[in-house]
Design a protein around this ligand. Sequence first.
Ligand code: SF4
Length: 491
Amino acid sequence: MSLFSPPRYQAPFKPMRRDDITPFMKVFTASEGIIKGVLFGCRMCGNCILQETAFICPMTCPKGLRNGLCGGATPEACEVDASRPCTWHKIYERAEKMGRTEKLLEINAPIDGERVGRETWLDVVHVWKETEESPKFVEFFSNRKKFDEDWERVFYNVRQPEWWQGDSEYHAPAYEAPVSLLEANLRTGEFTCTAEIAPPLSAATGSICEKSGYLCDWVPAANFTDNASASARMGSLASSKICLDSGLEPVMQLQARDRSRVVIESDAMGAAGLGIRNILCLTGDHHRFGPGPVTKPDQFDMDAVQMLWLLRRMRDDGKYIDGRNIKYRPEFFLGAAASPFGAYPKYEALRAEKKVNAGAQFIQTQPIFDYDGFLIWLEELDKRNLLDKVYILAGMIPLKSARAAHFMADEVPGVKIPDKIVKRMDAAGDKDGQAEEGVAIALEMIEKLKNTPGLNGIHFMAVHWEIIVPRLMEESGLPKPGITSLDAIPA
Ligand code: SF4
């Protein structure tokens, strides 16, 4: 148990190699580990960002997230282990009390494995000495503003290694012409819809071809989930390519879970090489939501914010994370997910801003069943001036049965279904009656969403019921894509 952080989820890290560690450093590192362990629950990640996170160690989070909470976080508990609080909720709360909320916008680097299990205090001393204009203690009294700025500079240099250089700024995409049909349609300002197609459980590809066949007139692009809920299916990259070959542009979901930074870069580059331009970056569900047997608990090398930062820099700066140049840069239209009903909307908006700053150009949300709650989240985004920097597509799940409504209301983190909707589904009679009631509920919500300022479209997640999307769009009068070929865009 630590004084200032939630308890550790996993044990402290050990160094990757010890052949260069002297006996003195062993003792020094052990002392630092004990003191920081008692105070902060420190896991000796060797990449300390406590300055940034209101002195709560983010490595106590079960996913090891270093840039904010995950989609299933709630004020009450962690989505992975309900016996513990969400580390990031604690960070937001304390940062708010300390007046340091905006500091949480800085994009933190993933862990450098070489530094894991090693001390950081001597590192701070070293950086302090090397930094020009490092703080002078006398200025703490004589010139507090300068002292604070110099102090901040030193700790920025400690937090942000040369190969990362994260900041709190918005980085607009460094290209002109749209790279995908989805982007081209969103740029027109027309309400634009996307749909999700469930990747098959088997090696048979027919369902992708069939579904893309009846969706291609209605949506400019279809999403393919990436082993959602930690449950294996056909991969997102393969499904996306099959979809592309069938005539519909894919949105390839790429999640951080189970991928090292090397695989993230390689999969994204492979996708670009295959002509897949839309990439939705996700942190991913923890393995504990999967069917089991459950894998090792620590499967996150990066988070969604870091992935966006990484892929945007590959595209706009032409660099891999290790600094190697990319001769032919990939073209990406980058997306992110948002969870308007997970944490408090002000915290969710902070997280959304971080994703937009890192590189998100469109956001698809968790399904919306509570319109008023959704508006509160949208207003929080507006307060942060995000609505003219990112396209927002509201998530929509047409309910097919009362059972599905109960499951989502009770089991799916980040989804809120008002009681009156669950009751309507319960009272809808047999299977067909329930499906019709689900359609009616969806149509009512679409009517509100399509007239919502700041909203750019709807993302339909009618998993295993994709055929309902054309009907919903037709009956609600949602427009078909205006641009169906990138060649058709006027110069
Ligand atoms: S809810 Fe998510 S962000 Fe919060 S501690 Fe748990 S895994 Fe981490």
